[in-house]
Design a protein around this ligand. Structure first.
Ligand code: NAD
Length: 446
């Protein structure tokens, strides 16, 4: 019989994983400590914005017209313990307040609650991004706490999905990495992932520490690539070069590649910033901090981008934000998501607000989350309204709809035609053609 699957923690990762597992043909039960989330998911509603996820949920959530009925949600740990053969742990692992280290309290709480209801053989599979060494510790905790004792096994299966492409990335991953302690875990996970493996996804089997490190190493590499091109942008600005042309030219080299070479206001979100910091903190605990000192530089190049954007905006409004209207296009950390965690756009908006600017923000999907995080900023119902009366317009999240904006129509509502493209994504010639001063990061002034 096919293993029955539970998913603990139904946020961005867990909700997607649960729906994808149902799509792969399994019976799935999702659990979260947030009853509001569970209530919504149980009605086939996604508590966040992720393209394609709601459709997938509605295809599978039990009780909805025409659904397969393979997917259910609960807040009951007992139900989870009785139901599942394979339990995926997908809870959050944020940065600790005031520290670089990862806050493992949510994972520890989830694994402890789960362990208490495991009365029969089970495989617990960690998917959250954790400091290396966590899996070995949690495996011991499970054996200690679970009534089924050593019949409960742990595996670590880091997740590489990208918000905005989460459904596609989960159903068609470019690799599956599992850290296992024994053959049983590997066999069960091969069964769970038989679909993607059959479609050609590489299945990499490793020990616990290597599997945990694969995730933090991958994120560190991606962050480094972004900060590398942003460092080149700094040099380009000093030398009057063009980082967009530079990125295109170096990207033709296969060893470098074109992806993740877009200079701009830098990376943010609920993963890259906190993951590289937690990695540095963990390396320090292990006595290997020297190995990762470069990540400190990666982080500081990235944070400098936000400060630089504020500088460019200040210059555009004549040297002081006091009493000046500033329009910010974008609030989420990336397009096609409503995620505003550590968003460069909101960080820049917040800094300008604190310096006396009258900031109005518009984002296609992130307004509600942004309002909750930055209630003191003003929000407009459209890009055009956000720009009304603005002395400068900042383009900070690369939503498709911002590429379609009409420079003439916007020129008619702003106080002055100044645009700063923090994502190097807009058509400079079109905006300049309509009489705008157009500045972009790492590009010549005109
Ligand atoms: P999230 O905050 O959106 O979701 C976490 C969920 O876990 C929340 O719904 C929360 O209520 C729930 N939760 C917290 N404590 C719980 C407990 N004790 N028992 C049950 N549920 C509990 O976070 P996310 O973005 O889905 O990230 C989850 C993990 O996946 C993190 O470790 C993150 O680094 C990793 N990850 C995220 C992404 C991404 O793009 N979001 C990609 C890869 C890996």
């Amino acid at each position: 019989m096919a293993p029955r699957i539970t998913v603990i923690g139904t946020g961005y990762l867990g909700a997607t994983h649960a729906a994808a597992m149902a799509e792969l043909g399994f019976e799935v039960l999702g659990l979260d400590v947030d009853p509001g989330k569970i209530e919504m998911l149980g009605r086939g509603k996604v508590p966040m914005y992720e393209p394609g996820l709601e459709e997938l949920l509605q295809k599978h959530v039990a009780g909805l017209d025409g659904s397969t009925g393979r997917l259910r949600f609960t807040t009951s740990w007992e139900e989870v313990g009785e139901f599942g053969d394979v339990h995926f742990v997908c809870v959050n692992t944020p940065q600790k307040h005031g520290e670089y280290a990862c806050d493992m309290s949510y994972v520890d709480a989830a694994v402890s609650s789960l362990a208490a209801v495991l009365h029969r053989p089970a495989l617990v599979v960690g998917k959250s991004t954790v400091p290396v060494g966590s899996a070995a510790r949690l495996a011991r905790l499970l054996t200690e706490l679970a009534p089924a004792g050593d019949e409960v096994e742990l595996a670590w299966n880091p997740e590489f999905l990208r918000e905005g492409f989460a459904v596609q990335d989960t159903l068609h991953p470019d690799r599956i990495v599992v850290g296992v302690a024994g053959e049983r875990g590997e066999k069960l996970l091969r069964e769970v992932y038989a679909g993607p493996i059959g479609d050609g996804a590489p299945f990499v089997v490793a020990d616990y520490p290597t599997a945990e490190l694969v995730k933090t190493a991958a994120n560190s590499f991606l962050a480094t690539k972004i900060s590398f091109i942003n460092a080149m942008a700094e040099v380009c600005e000093a030398a009057d070069g063009d980082v967009v042309k530079l990125a295109e030219a170096i990207g033709h080299d296969d060893r470098i590649g074109k992806k993740f070479l877009r200079a701009g206001v830098g990376f943010g979100g609920g993963c890259l910033p906190k993951d590289i910091r937690a990695f540095m903190a963990r390396a320090g605990e292990l006595g290997a901090d020297q190995a990762l000192t470069f990540l400190r530089e990666v982080d500081s190049i990235n944070m400098r981008r936000r400060a630089h954007m504020v500088e460019l905006a200040r210059e555009a409004v004549g040297g002081s934000f006091l009493g000046q209207r500033v329009a910010v296009l974008g609030a989420t950390f990336k397009p096609d998501s409503d995620d505003v965690r550590d968003s460069p756009a909101l960080n820049v908006a917040g800094q300008i607000h604190l310096q006396g600017g009258q900031v109005t923000v518009y984002d296609p999907k992130g307004m509600e989350n942004a309002r909750r995080l930055f209630p003191t900023l003003a929000y407009a119902p459209s890009a055009l309204e956000a720009c009304r009366g603005a002395r400068v317009v900042l383009h900070l999240t690369e939503w498709g709809e911002f590429r379609e904006l009409d420079p003439e129509a916007f020129g008619a509502v702003v106080a002055e035609r100044h645009l700063i493209d923090g994502r190097n994504a807009l058509d400079a010639a079109a905006w300049r053609g309509a009489g705008w001063t157009f500045r972009a990061m790492g590009r010549p002034r005109a």
